[in-house]
Write a protein that binds this ligand. Structure first.
Ligand code: AMP
Length: 209
């Protein structure tokens, strides 16, 4: 588990941007932008922001110059409609499609344990876990000294809603990308390092081939 942590690490190593729809939306909520105002209610309740909203913002990012050398999509697509829109965008713009789609696989019990222990820096967004990846000083970010907070949508009742949303709206993407030959499964119960090793093997396997 920990798609954001893994994406952040891979993006830093490969020197390509991490395009995280969740991060973009959370920042917009903090800043009180029109996008943020529209997204807040959905996010707080653990449901998905409407497709057209996220599709628009991903399109804007991926067609920008900073993504020209590649990128890591984190948390997008999350519905079949989003995946179809992404495929249409690749066709329309003539840009190469995805190399891999990684499914981080972990049991619902483990998800609940991890999300309830997750804390993130309110200043620089670095993510910690109170058991698996704690900061040196409780409640304080190692990198910038900012205050660590729990995300509103990591509260137990919201996590259950998110799991249900995942099953109903996101799980169908497994089949969608399996058919395209892009699906890679990662056993994500282990440590951050163990999971990252599997991710690197996937990325490096195709380079050599
Ligand atoms: P994440 O940080 O990826 O867990 O996303 C946090 C929340 O942002 C989700 O629970 C959704 O409410 C919203 N969100 C992020 N990505 C998407 C997406 N691709 N489609 C719809 N909603 C999204």
């Amino acid at each position: 588990m920990g798609k954001g942590t893994q994406a952040q690490r891979l993006a830093a190593q490969e020197k390509i941007p991490q395009v995280s729809t969740g991060e973009i939306l959370r920042k917009s909520v903090e800043r009180g932008t029109p996008l943020g105002l529209r997204a807040k209610g959905y996010m707080d309740s653990g449901t998905l922001v409407p497709d057209e909203v996220v599709i628009g913002l991903v399109r804007e990012k991926l067609t920008g110059p900073e993504c020209a050398r590649g990128y890591i999509l984190d948390g997008f697509p999350r519905t079949v409609a989003q995946a179809e829109a992404l495929d249409r965008m690749f066709k329309e713009t003539g840009t190469p499609g995805l190399d891999h789609v990684v499914s981080f696989e972990v049991s619902p019990d483990e998800i609940i344990r991890r999300l309830s222990g997750r804390r993130s820096c309110s200043t620089c967004q670095t993510v910690y876990h109170i058991e698996h990846d704690p900061p040196k000083r409780e409640g304080v970010c190692d990198k910038c000294g900012g205050t660590l907070v729990q995300r509103a949508d990591d509260k137990p009742e919201t996590v259950l809603a998110r799991l249900k949303v995942f099953d109903q709206q996101t799980r169908p993407l497994v089949e969608y990308y399996q058919k395209q030959g892009l699906l890679r499964r990662v056993e994500a119960t282990g440590s951050i390092d163990q999971v990252y090793k599997q991710l690197l093997a996937i990325v490096h396997a195709t380079r050599v081939a």
